[in-house]
Design a binder for this molecule. Structure first.
Ligand SMILES: [Fe+2]
Length: 470
């Protein structure tokens, strides 16, 4: 926190200090600033492309929003820096492009900080594939409009003092909200991309404050671009580090279309998801490997039931983190060997909602969130947390519920030993129509009969308490 505050405020202090030091306009707006602008724009465009590809691969709408924020900065900075060279540049244009770079990007970054179940985010999520091309076309149109329409009242307004006040107000409002929300999520998840957004957005705010003060023009343009450059650089560094960690993003795309559960899981095992799984497993030793096996079982069952590839992807991701809410349960409750009191049971039953709240901040899609929230619902409406009944329980959650219970029964827990496969199967069949969706149980019984070898393998492997992370 202190570091973050210092990082945001120090540039302003330096700015005022320099401002006094150099007195009025002794700093000249040297033409070499064009290289800095060009380099910033280039970094922004690289970040836009990389994040855009990653967003499509991981089906993560929030990463897509961040990518569009950088597309906006890149495009507007190009217009900002190169409009004087095209012979059309006047200072109003120059100023407006700089403002639009920040204003448009702050809007997308703000969107990236909203919950995945926010109405606007859900609506945009439905049009996820069209979002990138449509926004690119719009950016070109905005650029052309301002470049070609030389003198209209809207431009004059944006360039006026009141216009600058209004844009500064919105930029600061959007960005402050973004910094706040991403910081909270970072505290819980420790994803480095989130921290990069916090720093990047914070520096954009500082840049806007400096630009707004209107003091010696040359100095504030240098500071403005220096800070934007820092904002691009921090995101670039994080992306390079993430890339080195995952080794190859493109290789994982290829795996998406193979119906091998293990491969599906590896594809989705991004550093962030694996960090979440690792944290849950370290907390609850008895469930080491549980997330992995539940996901494998659920994928098998989902495939048998003819679920779409989108639903299977949701199972791969949602299944891996379905119990992440257990991070919030005190250890003595989670690992208690004796019977739980009523209050302790209530604590345990909060984990679907806690996990849901955490993951919706991280940018999971609606169906993945449904698994996290609804995997303890029961077909007859007696489950938790929402007491959903029958088909009101999302199908992906009904599928995961069978996988979850089968694995729980066949694993050793702090309060009992593992059951045999036969005993577990008879419980699942008995609970068809009460706990489980009968269609899911029928399909589960079919797989068990058809794939004996697979089940033997799975059961023997988890005697060694294998964790995916290890
Ligand atoms: Fe659970």
């Amino acid at each position: 926190m202190l570091q973050l505050g210092l990082a945001m405020v120090t540039p302003i202090l330096i700015y005022f200090w320099l401002n006094r030091l150099v007195f009025n306009n002794s700093v000249v707006l040297h033409s070499s600033i064009i290289y800095l602008i060009g380099f910033e724009a280039l970094l922004a465009i690289i970040i836009f492309l990389v994040m855009g590809i990653v967003a499509q691969q991981l089906r993560n709408i929030k990463i897509l929003f961040v990518s569009l924020a950088y597309a906006s900065i890149g495009a507007m900075l190009l217009c900002h820096g190169f409009s004087p060279m095209l012979g059309t540049g006047d200072s109003a244009q120059h100023f407006i492009f700089a403002q639009l770079a920040l204003l448009l990007s702050s809007f997308w970054l703000w969107l990236s900080s909203l919950s995945a179940d926010h109405r606007l985010v859900r609506w945009l999520g439905k049009h996820r594939k069209a979002l990138m091309p449509v926004w690119c076309v719009l950016l070109v149109l905005i650029g052309l409009l301002i470049l070609l329409v030389a003198d209209d009242s809207f431009k004059q307004f944006l360039y006026s003092r009141n216009g600058a006040r209004l844009t500064t107000f919105f930029i600061l409002l959007f960005n402050t909200w973004t910094v706040y929300r991403h910081l909270i999520t970072y505290m819980a998840s420790r994803f480095s991309i989130q921290l990069a957004i916090v720093y990047g957005t914070g520096w954009m705010n500082t840049a806007q404050v400096i630009l707004f003060t209107l003091a010696p023009e040359a100095l504030n343009w240098w500071m403005f671009h220096g800070l934007l450059f820092l904002a691009m650089l921090v995101m670039m560094i994080v992306l390079v580090l993430e890339y080195r960690h995952t080794e190859s993003l493109t290789a994982s795309v290829k795996r998406l279309y193979r119906a091998d559960p293990d491969r599906w899981i590896q594809t989705y095992m991004t550093p962030s998801v694996s960090e979440l799984v690792k944290q849950t497993e370290t907390k609850d030793a008895y469930t080491a490997g549980h997330n992995y096996r539940v996901t494998v079982y659920a994928l098998k069952l989902g495939e048998e039931m003819g679920l779409s590839s989108t639903q299977l992807k949701s199972i791969a991701l949602g299944g891996l983190v379905h119990d992440v809410g257990k991070l919030y349960i005190p250890d003595y409750v989670l690992n208690k060997p004796d019977k739980l009191t009523q209050d302790e049971r209530k604590l345990i039953e909060r984990h679907p909602v806690d996990g849901y709240n955490l993951c919706k901040q991280v940018g999971f899609m609606v169906e993945e969130l449904a698994i996290i929230r609804s995997h303890h619902e029961k077909w007859d409406g007696t489950g938790y947390p929402d007491r959903l009944e029958g088909e009101a329980i999302p199908l992906v959650a009904r599928v995961t519920a069978v996988a979850d219970v089968y694995d729980a029964l066949t694993s050793s827990r702090s309060y009992r030993k593992a059951m045999t496969h036969e005993k577990a199967m008879s419980i699942i069949k008995e609970e068809s129509g009460s706990h489980f969706d009968p269609r899911c149980v029928e399909a589960w019984v079919r797989i068990v009969e058809e794939e004996k070898e697979f089940f033997e393998q799975m059961l023997s492997s988890h005697k060694n308490m294998r964790s995916i992370i290890s």
